[in-house]
Design a binder for this molecule. Structure first.
Ligand code: GLC
Length: 438
């Protein structure tokens, strides 16, 4: 191992390589989180072990009945691909402490127990087959390891436990070829990056995988923030991780969960908040005990994928972060939201204007071309004052998948835009448009 950098030097070095490392991730925008482990068999949340105070000896027994069907990770990857997702992150070992790979450091694993198979290997192969980026979720907290709590107050236990975590992640980042993301979670019970040896460990991980992207949950900021169960833009790279139902990351009965689950429209709205705010959406599925995809995720994700196949330009690629407090509003109006790559503005119509006309205010610049994103059909328009009038629209939404039609407005250069220029009430009393009100 090369000599260790100070925290400052380490972070400066990461800053320098970040744009190159994260280019694909920033364009990808949409990934699948997969929570799969022994807890999937309980079907009562992935925290069942602690929330229900299940004794370790009793919990360990379910390792024997853990038997995902062959090819399960292929099903997840096939669905992710179909949904227009570009990468996947799987729980290689959740807080329960069970490793889903052939770990030498942790004998409590899926090769020694249950299926006697390396699920991580199957996951990696499936991602590669479907051309998806590969992310490993790795819990820091461990309820099964004897030092998982003692490490908080016993120096020797801390050393052992940190070595253990390093060994696990070294295995993961050594034995499976190129890995794109290391996704840490729950740094308890220690409360500092020093306690967790995060500086040393993460440097080592980057030596193993120089291109890797690391999230912010090892008590170092690293490459991206991880808002959980809310989609909120930040001033750095960020990825909102969301359960599919607001209830559980691990499997829960689909027939009941479906009533709480996201539909295609809600998912596309989350994608818009991400794409306009410079972030990604990592949407979770909790596979069934046999590894198959939960039923309630299939239809919404399939619809989202069909929508993205036609409207992906509004989501992927070099989109710019919308300015203004509320990115939902920038450059659009109350029935639509916008994303933009700087030269083209995409208006996502949540509600299609059924009378065939609508307008967006605040544009000082005229577009040169306006069209329906799905098929390029031209939209009639007029730039009048600071308004762009859109005319002769179809009376029903042109989108047959989710009803969310996207209108693209192409400009020669980045359009000049100021919200509500005719209404000085919103500009601290300054009448910006003046006599130019038309
Ligand atoms: C939480 C939970 C965990 C889940 C994670 C995903 O921190 O502890 O169960 O895996 O969020 O972001």
């Amino acid at each position: 191992m090369d000599s260790l950098l100070s925290k400052g030097d380490y972070e400066r070095q990461n800053d320098l390589t970040r744009d190159a490392r994260m280019d694909w991730w920033r364009k990808a925008r949409f990934g699948m989180f997969v929570h799969f482990g022994l807890y999937s068999q309980y079907g009562q949340h992935e925290w069942a072990m602690t929330q229900q105070n299940i004794p370790i000896a009793e919990y360990e027994k379910i390792a024997d009945s853990f038997n995902p069907k062959p090819g399960a990770p292929r099903e997840w990857a096939a669905l992710a691909k179909k949904a227009g997702m570009k990468y996947m992150v799987m729980t290689t070992r959740h807080h329960e402490g069970f490793s889903l790979w052939d770990s030498k450091a942790n004998p409590y694993n899926s090769v020694n127990y249950g299926p006697h198979r390396d699920i991580v290997r199957e996951f990696v192969d499936a991602c590669r087959e479907f051309g998806l980026g590969i992310g490993f979720y790795s819990s820091l907290m461990d309820w099964h390891h004897p030092d998982g709590w003692r490490c908080a107050f016993d120096t020797e236990a801390r050393r052992r436990f940190n070595d253990y975590i390093t060994q696990l992640n070294t295995e993961l980042l050594t034995n499976y070829g190129k890995i794109d993301i290391l996704w840490y979670d729950v740094s308890a019970p220690m409360e500092s990056w020093e306690g967790w040896d995060s500086l040393e460990r993460n440097q080592k991980m980057r030596q193993l995988q120089p291109h890797i992207i690391i999230n912010d949950r090892s008590r170092l900021p690293e490459d991206f923030g991880t808002p959980e169960e809310h989609v909120t833009a930040a001033d750095r790279d960020w990825e909102a991780c969301m359960t599919f139902n607001g209830l559980s990351w691990g499997y829960v009965d689909s027939a009941q969960a479906v009533n709480y689950s996201y539909n295609a429209q809600r998912i596309i709205r989350m994608l818009q908040t991400c794409a306009s705010g410079g972030g990604n959406l990592l949407l979770n599925i909790g596979p069934k005990p046999d590894g198959s995809v939960p039923d309630d995720a299939v239809e919404p994700l399939t619809k989202v994928g069909a929508w993205l196949a036609e409207n992906g330009a509004a989501v992927y690629g070099k989109l710019v972060k919308n300015k203004g407090e509320d990115s939902q509003w920038f450059g659009s109006n109350g029935i639509s939201s916008a994303t933009s790559d700087g030269r083209c503005v995409y208006l996502w119509h949540w509600i299609w204007p059924v009378n065939g006309v609508t307008a967006v205010g605040g544009y000082m610049t005229a577009p040169k071309r306006v069209y329906l994103l799905k098929d390029g059909a031209p939209v009639e328009f007029e730039h009048k004052g600071h308004r762009i009038l859109l005319k002769n629209l179809p009376n029903t939404s042109p989108d047959t998948h989710a009803g969310i039609g996207v209108i693209a407005m192409e400009f020669d250069v980045r359009p000049e835009y100021t919200f509500a220029t005719y209404y000085p009430q919103l500009h601290g009393g300054r009448d910006i448009a003046g006599d130019n009100k038309i």
